[in-house]
Design a protein around this ligand. Structure first.
Ligand code: ATP
Length: 436
């Protein structure tokens, strides 16, 4: 399925651009300069790329065949098409606002909000394609459909999609890169081609041959795995497989008897848990463990005790934006919160440490379905922001949506690992080790 790989690469490039726009917009809100030329170049790129390159190919080949093969597809594709039809108007409005801000007729903060609303829409669109359309295509399309689609996407002589067009987009991308402020790291040297815009992220956590015991019981018998920056890894397996022990060993509350743990290149195998936390590893433990008599605000402040004082209020506002109910109840004792709200608080408290890697043990265990959805949404947001996550949960459906890779543990060893798609396509593994 060459076409799908190409589409996903285009999505990751567009996602990266959207995230960069967000970042420049939020720098602007914080008093940074108005980056008119950068925004104009980025909007040019988006309109040209989506209208001339990305969308027509999908529309003519992938979407057309998907409508033929799947009755489920119509509603999703209709909504996407409507969204797409609205795209030029949204871009035009944004350009008007950009011009008004450049002439001092619109506050820069209002422009920043408009940009963020636009990129939210763009990201939603990409997510629908990635999470709904592409999986459906994988399921419903026939081999002859793929042959046709792949052929269309491979054709280089085509005047619209061919090499010439690609070169033109590369040029446009170079322009954005050269105009981007230094702070967002889109330097021209890193934007040699559209493809190069999504390099594989460096390894953040590297665990090799990890063993850990409870007395004479060996709970981990040589676990080896890596988590890359921005990646979400799920640990799955039956009760007693060693998942919790692994997380505790990574965060440093469980001692190890063999193997090593490296974090961002540093060997932390012998480091105490508080030092690991200062390096950026934070665990949101199973069973929440909030401090009942303390107020919600004080619980959050406790999480931030290693952070510079001036940062705490801003960080707390971010948590409140993620879980507004915590803001409403900020002065109440944490013990008065429902189980789901306490889980939100536990995640919030972990986030107050400003982690680079967050490990979560059974974050949705025992919660009502609606609250679970809230927690999964928050985790997806954190992932979108680039936080690395290691997650244990019994709910395989949402885990398959969230995680990039899964490690199946049994009796202290990794018996299988692979992507969500590979796990979906492997009912034997799901049945044998997860009992679903
Ligand atoms: P669960 O989903 O039930 O939490 P898990 O995959 O997280 O399971 P662990 O809790 O890590 O598994 O347990 C791994 C092994 O270590 C099991 O055999 C378990 O009985 C044992 N174990 C866990 N905690 C202790 C402990 N405090 N003392 C002794 N043995 C323990």
């Amino acid at each position: 399925m060459d076409a799908l790989t190409l589409i996903s690469q285009e999505h990751s490039n567009m996602w990266r651009l959207a995230t960069t726009l967000d970042q420049v917009a939020s720098d602007m809100q914080a008093g940074g300069p108005l980056e008119s030329a950068f925004f104009e170049a980025a909007l040019d790129y988006i309109s040209q790329f989506v209208d001339r390159m990305h969308h027509p190919k999908e529309d003519e080949f992938l979407f057309r065949l998907l409508r033929l093969r799947s009755t489920e597809a119509a509603d999703i594709l209709d909504a996407l098409e409507a969204d797409h039809a609205q795209g030029p108007e949204n871009l035009a409005q944004l350009r008007v606002k950009l011009a008004a801000a450049a002439q001092g007729q619109l506050p820069v903060a209002a422009l920043a909000v408009a940009i963020q609303q636009y990129t939210d829409g763009l990201k939603r669109h990409i997510k629908t394609e990635e999470k709904q359309v592409l999986p459906l295509a994988r399921k419903a399309l026939l081999p002859q459909d793929w042959a046709e689609i792949d052929q269309a996407f491979r054709t280089h002589s085509d005047p619209v999609f061919g090499d010439q067009a690609k070169a033109e987009f590369r040029e446009l991308f170079h322009r954005i890169a050269s105009l981007a402020p230094d702070s967002v790291g889109l330097g021209a040297s890193s934007a040699g081609s559209l493809q190069a815009a999504t390099p594989q992220q460096p390894v953040l956590l590297k665990v090799e041959g990890l063993e850990s015991c409870y007395g004479r019981i060996k709970a981990l018998k040589g676990i080896t795995l890596e988590v890359r920056k921005g990646e979400t890894v799920a640990l799955v397996g039956a009760n007693g497989a060693g998942k919790t022990t692994f997380l505790r060993a990574v965060s440093g509350v469980q001692s190890i008897s063999a193997g090593s743990i490296h974090f961002d290149g540093e060997d932390i195998s012998k480091l105490r848990s508080d030092k690991r936390m200062r390096r950026g590893i934070c665990q949101s433990p199973e069973g929440r463990q909030v401090f009942g008599p303390l107020s919600i605000e004080d619980n959050l402040r406790l999480g931030a005790y290693t952070q510079p004082k001036h940062q705490v209020a801003g960080d707390m506002e971010k948590i409140f934006a993620m879980f507004p109910i915590l803001k409403e109840k900020r002065a109440l004792p944490a013990g008065t919160l429902s189980g789901g709200q306490q889980q939100m608080l536990a995640i919030g408290r972990a986030l107050m440490t400003n982690p680079r890697l967050m490990v979560l043990d059974e974050a949705t265990e025992g919660l009502a379905p609606l609250i679970r959805t809230e927690i999964w949404r928050a985790l997806a947001e954190l992932k979108d922001e680039g936080l690395s996550l290691v997650v244990i949960d019994k709910n395989l459906g949402p885990l398959l949506e969230l995680a990039d890779r899964h490690f199946v543990l049994e009796k202290g060893v990794v018996v299988w690992s692979g992507s969500s798609d590979e796990l979906r396509a492997n009912p034997r593994i799901v049945h044998e080790y997860l009992g679903v």
